[in-house]
Design a protein around this ligand. Sequence first.
Ligand code: TRP
Length: 514
Amino acid sequence: MASQEAVGAPPEVKAEAEAKKPTKQQIDPYNVAGEVDESGNVQAIDYDRLIQEFGVQPLTDEHLQRFEKVTGKPAHRLMRRKLFFSHRDFDKILDAYEKDGKFMLYTGRGPSSGSMHLGHTVPFLFTKELQELFDVPLVIMLTDDEKYLYTRNKNDGHQKPGNAVEDFLTFAHENIKDIIALGFDLKKTFIYSDYEFLGGHFYLNTSEFASMVTFNQASGAFGFGGSTNIGLINYGAEQCVAAFPSSYPDLFGYKDYRAPDYDLSAKRRHKALASIPTLIPCAIDQEPYFRILRDRCERMTDPHPKTSLIMSKFLTALQGAGGKMSASDPNSAIFMSDTPNQIKNKINRHAFSGGRESLEEHRKHGGNPDIDVAFTYLSYFLESDAELEDLAQKYRSGEMLTGEMKARCITELQKFVADFQERRAKVTHEVMRQYMTPRKLEFAGNPNATRPSAKEEAVNGSENGTAPAAEASAASKDGRGTKGERKAAKLAAKKDQKLASRPKADDAAEPAPQ
Ligand code: TRP
């Protein structure tokens, strides 16, 4: 496995390996590295600066309160502890849920190797909780194509052994089994590999979206240049339109359009699906994709409301802040396939300590939990706020030693990984195929939606096009759509005209989508 991972090295490793001269912090989908100072020391990632630079919003206590009010449940520990720390239009997705009762969740993973590590589980754990709390559909995209194109690009155009297209598809399947083992509800979850699923309405959306992104815009967001392969340049359009419910008609009971199973009534993308809003939980390095997405959602033929985002920090490498866990450096990460002993040794040998030089010093001045990697991992995985607070306090006072903090961390991670492995062993190929089969998903959304017709639509199909529309496959027999679809189409076309004639404002200044 180590050799596979070394070849499929993710981007951050390269950035770290080259980080000898002073460099600025660099965060984008292909690089995650803290600033390197004059003396060559890697600094912790500065998330406040990132909020400024990206122009995203911090997640506040008010958001937490509102979240708890809407869902009637306490927020997930990752949100309580602000490890999910920033957002775009999170308020709007809550508004939509209160009013219309539903939205779609979308997240993904780039399968750069066959094994996932602890850091990879973080966005998925959070997404799972959101899906349960809101009772909404979820799509998970495995970007085997992105990772193939990226890896080949990184290797100066060469394809190394074990890095063929099929190898990345295999990584995707292995990762999908890992993701399933985190406990997603089959009834409301669809997981796919790009190589296997793309086509139909998804591809119609991709083509339209790609036509709105110039080479200059893509280079600006991702650092592409003249020697970047053209596959990678185009890839971003896929990751963007994956956020549109209209890319997945089957999941909402509508027909897709794929040869040779022609159903001409389904040839046109379903406008009714375009208006369902989407929330994307992701790590903040993915933000550049979704900046491009948000700027263009409302310019699609069937406009989609600007996608909402909720974004996390990175799970620190064992060596400490400034880098994230990386699959290509086995000593930086704890893998979901590690044995209890490997976990113990990795934490004991490699986890950066916020303790003092000597026992005496530590007892006298206390340690610093904020930079202590064992404590940091506990802040992601330990459920009890009270215990976490107690550990921090005892560490600070010098009552608790580094070895003791590490021991607590080891127990917690061993348990998390062992529970995971038990579930993973049960994920057969057959189970995987069930999650990967396009089918109508079952979800109820918000039972207390305030818009009077919202509930009715959920049962009977939609007048304005935002409901799952159980009977929708009966619609569009003549290819013109139902009366409701035609009415919605007219309205949307009007809105489209308005949008097109308006001077283009920047992201923050644009008015709220309806
Ligand atoms: N590009 C992501 C990666 O390399 C995978 C991905 C696709 C994704 N769609 C996403 C991640 C949506 C978060 C949200 O890991």
